[in-house]
Write a protein that binds this ligand. Sequence first.
Ligand SMILES: NC(=O)c1ccc[n+]([C@@H]2O[C@H](COP(=O)([O-])OP(=O)(O)OC[C@H]3O[C@@H](n4cnc5c(N)ncnc54)[C@H](O)[C@@H]3O)[C@@H](O)[C@H]2O)c1
Ligand SMILES: NC(=O)c1ccc[n+]([C@@H]2O[C@H](COP(=O)([O-])OP(=O)(O)OC[C@H]3O[C@@H](n4cnc5c(N)ncnc54)[C@H](O)[C@@H]3O)[C@@H](O)[C@H]2O)c1
Lengths: 206, 206
Amino acid sequence: QVSLEVIKRLSSYLRDLKTLENNGVTVVSSGSLAELLGISSVQFRKDLSYFGPFGKKGVGYNVCTLTAKLTELLGAGDCMGFALAGAGKLGSAIIQYSSLQRFNIKIMAAFDSDRRKIGKKIDGLVVADAKDMETTVRTMGLKIGVICVPAKAAQQVAERMASAGIIAVLNFAPTEIKILKKVHVSNVDICVEIEALSYFVRQSAT
Amino acid sequence: QVSLEVIKRLSSYLRDLKTLENNGVTVVSSGSLAELLGISSVQFRKDLSYFGPFGKKGVGYNVCTLTAKLTELLGAGDCMGFALAGAGKLGSAIIQYSSLQRFNIKIMAAFDSDRRKIGKKIDGLVVADAKDMETTVRTMGLKIGVICVPAKAAQQVAERMASAGIIAVLNFAPTEIKILKKVHVSNVDICVEIEALSYFVRQSAT
Ligand SMILES: NC(=O)c1ccc[n+]([C@@H]2O[C@H](COP(=O)([O-])OP(=O)(O)OC[C@H]3O[C@@H](n4cnc5c(N)ncnc54)[C@H](O)[C@@H]3O)[C@@H](O)[C@H]2O)c1
Ligand SMILES: NC(=O)c1ccc[n+]([C@@H]2O[C@H](COP(=O)([O-])OP(=O)(O)OC[C@H]3O[C@@H](n4cnc5c(N)ncnc54)[C@H](O)[C@@H]3O)[C@@H](O)[C@H]2O)c1
C-alpha cells in the first residue's frame, strides 16, 4: 500500500526528470539524481522499488525510460479533472495556477456562495453557485475536490463533495475534516512549510 | 544531517499531538499515534530517533512530554519572522492565514512592485514598496523569505532576498530558483499535491 508521501515524491522526481530531459541529459547515476532531488539515493531507490526494477547498478538510470515509466505510473499521461470550492484569494490563485497546465490535472468547476463571486470569470472558468456543486460534480463525474473556503465551512463542503462522488480531497482550511475512510483527505499547510524552514535557520545560527 | 522532509513531518506530528492534548489524551501507543498521523509506526519511531530516545517500549508515549520535546526541538516555542514578496492573490491569502498565528512564525513585512498594492493594509500589515525590500529585511534581520511573485520575477527576488541576509526561501513561483548553496530553497507546488491524489483515484478505479 503506497503512501501519499511516496507518490508526492515521485511526482516531483518526474518534474525534475523532465527538466533533465529538456537539458539533454540521457543517463544519470542514482547519486547525482538524488543530489538533484535533494534526497538520499537510498530513499530514491526505495521509492522506485515499490514499482519495479529500474536502472542498472553501476550504470545509472536512462532518463527517458525512467521519465516514461514514472509518467505511466502516475497516470501523468491522462488528464484528471477536479472541482474547487471557495473562489476567494487562495482559490482564485489556484484556478489561475492550474490553468498553466504544467501537470495533467485540470480544473473543471469552481464554486462560491458569495453573490459577488458567482458568475465571475477567472482564466476562462466561470465561478458557479455553491448550491449547484453536488449536481455539477456528479454530472461531470469528478473525483477530486479542493477546499479553499473558511474553516467553519470546510466540514460541510467536504461532506457535500463526498456525497457527490468525490473520493480525494485537498484541504487548505485550518480545520480537521472528519469523513468516511474511503475518502482520502490531504491537508496542505503553508505554515508547516515555513516552520520547517525556521528549524534550519535556528540550526545555522548555532 | 536532518532533512527538511523529516522536519516537516515532525511539525505536523506536533500539530496532531496538540490536538490529542486538547482532547485530554495523556498516553498514546506508537501504533495508534502512527495511525492518527497517517504513517507507519516504523517511520514515526525512525523520525523521532534522530533526536533522542522517546517513549517506553510497550507503554507508549506520554503526550505532554512528547509535545514539549517536539516544541523545544522545532524551536516552536519562539516566534520567527518572515518576509513575503508578491502581495497578489496567493500572497494576500498567506498574509491573512499567517495572522491566525497557529504556529510560531510571524509575517513581519510584505512587498509588492504594483503602485495599487503598495500601502494596502492586509490584516494589520501594510504592503511596502518592493524597492525597500533589501533595506527593510536587513534592518529587521529577517532570515526567511516567501516568494509569491510571477515566475519571471522570482529569480531576481530570491537573489535580492539572499543579499539582504535571508537564508531560507519558500518559493511558490513555477520556476527553479538558482541560488548559493547556503540558501535553503523549498518549493511548494499545489499541482504536485493534486497529482498525487489523482494517482489514488486511478488506483481505486481499478
Ligand atoms: N493551508 C494554507 O497554507 C492556507 C494558506 C492560505 C489560506 N488558507 C485557508 O484557505 C481558506 C481560503 O483563504 P482565502 O484567503 O482565500 O479566504 P477568502 O475569504 O478570500 O476566500 C474564501 C472564499 O470561500 C467562499 N465561501 C465561504 N463559504 C463557502 C461555501 N460554503 N461554499 C463555497 N464557497 C464558500 C467565500 O465566499 C470566499 O470567496 C481559508 O480557510 C484560509 O484559512 C490556508
Ligand atoms: N506553487 C503553487 O502551488 C501555486 C499556486 C498558486 C499560484 N502560484 C504562483 O504564485 C505566484 C503568485 O500567484 P498569484 O495568483 O497570487 O498572482 P498575482 O498576479 O495575483 O500576484 C503576483 C503579485 O506579485 C507582484 N509582483 C510582481 N513582480 C514583483 C516583484 N519583482 N517584487 C514584488 N512584487 C512583485 C505583483 O504586483 C502581484 O501583486 C505566481 O507565480 C503563481 O504562478 C503557485
